[in-house]
Ligand binder design. Sequence first.
Ligand SMILES: Cc1cc2nc3c(=O)[nH]c(=O)nc-3n(C[C@H](O)[C@H](O)[C@H](O)COP(=O)(O)OP(=O)(O)OC[C@H]3O[C@@H](n4cnc5c(N)ncnc54)[C@H](O)[C@@H]3O)c2cc1C
Length: 496
Amino acid sequence: MVSCMNRALMWFRADLRIRDNTALSAAAEWADDGLVGVFVICPGQWKQHDWAAVKVDFILRTLRELSTSLAKVGVPLVIVEAEKFRDVPRALAGVAKEWGCSGLFFNREYEVNEARRDELVVEDLTASGVDCFAFDDQCVLAPGTVRTGEGRAFTVFTPFRNAWSKKVEESGGIKVGRTLRTQTTHPKPAAARGDAGPALGTSRFTTKVPERVAGFEASVDPGLWPAGERAAEKRLETFVDQRIGRYKTDREFPGVDGTSTLSPYLAVGAISPRQCLKAAVEWNKGKLSGGNPGADQWIAELIWREFYRHVLVAFPRVCTGRAFKSETDRIQWRYDEREFAAWCEGRTGYPIVDAAMRCLNATGWMHNRLRMVAARFLTKDLLIDWRWGEKYFMQRLVDGDFASNNGGWQWSASTGTDAAPYFRIFNPLSQSRKCDPEGFFIRKWVPELAGVSGDEVHDPSELPPLVRAGVRYPEKMVDHGEARERVMSAFAAIRG
Ligand SMILES: Cc1cc2nc3c(=O)[nH]c(=O)nc-3n(C[C@H](O)[C@H](O)[C@H](O)COP(=O)(O)OP(=O)(O)OC[C@H]3O[C@@H](n4cnc5c(N)ncnc54)[C@H](O)[C@@H]3O)c2cc1C
């Protein structure tokens, strides 16, 4: 790129970090007259996409950390508000004008609405004389670049993983970009430079990150999710140093601190998948697979994250509420609001499901095994439409991420990419005995059962009648055997 007094505007979205940020590095290289960061608060869009209050709070706290890191290297972070998607181009054009930026840099977001918004932004800004530069950063390999021998998108995980690994190895392994270097120019807004335009204090733009955004009042303890790049890197370091070797077994038990809990940081981009994979591969003696079983498995989970992003670009119908397996759109799901509310609130009478849902409601996070148990219970035992569950999870998760959430829900509901020719039904009681054998997790989140010892903690209906009468815990809302027959008929009906 030829540079001639170029000032760059870096539009941060789900990439709130200064290390290994593809668009940010390119912007810094291109700009010879300073770099300005911008973040657009878009409450209308966030509501439409069911962003959880806990996620918005996490983003604001991450932005504060980002703003401090950027300030240290001479880059201001401007915060601007646009109510809806369609207001974003005008907001960005306003910031570009006020700060004298002639180039806009951003990392691509792949969801249908986000991609459409970006097209509008590029059209509008280009028309007003701002050059736009988009980059692939969310995945190690950009969606669309991993294909079958016939050039098609993969629809099944294992062959995708093999092809992905081969391609990464052939390209020389995982590479992590540098951190942003100190800028020599310290940009000022137009008024401060003596040009026309409102002064910062009186303008629509501010460099102060708000404490909260109306309509997103979080009730989760922020101490659970310390924000920022440093916190994310520390979490990664601790996980790799202390737990990755045991991950394959420990990840099965929600009561054990066995996973990385990096998902919120990956969702907002406080850390990149390349940083995570590089740390894991180095620990795994340079191997993506065929090394330590724990590290191999963790690497595979990060590839699942990539897989679901590739799926949503290749099959954009999943972004519009449709099933990945189109024929399953004919399933006669149930829409029982009373039963759905019981599931949301953790009152199903199945302790492991209730513990999972209460944990989600209190912390904004749920263990992967429990996400599968809770999702299968809603879609198979209650036969309620997976879209209701997908939406509820998004409204509660600190790590809410469209591709992984949609992929996880569709996989659990057997409408997604699961290659099994039959559909899976979990027995919530046997799952409970397997993943929480001592009942520690259940007792923590379902205090009504704190005094129940032994196997009955998984199935309080087995308690002697007099004891059961004294335990204030709901009866099972559905019989698993009957529910199994019902869901099998519903799936058989679409095959017929
Ligand atoms: C119904 C359902 C909904 C889900 N919704 C989300 C969501 O909104 N956001 C989200 O990040 N993950 C989602 N997942 C995937 C997974 O449950 C979480 O990524 C994981 O529990 C996060 O915990 P961790 O960071 O400790 O993961 P770890 O076990 O430490 O794994 C490391 C990273 O790999 C990725 N990962 C792990 N498992 C999966 C998976 N099955 N699919 C895709 N990526 C994975 C995540 O980025 C995770 O942070 C969902 C899964 C299901 C079954």
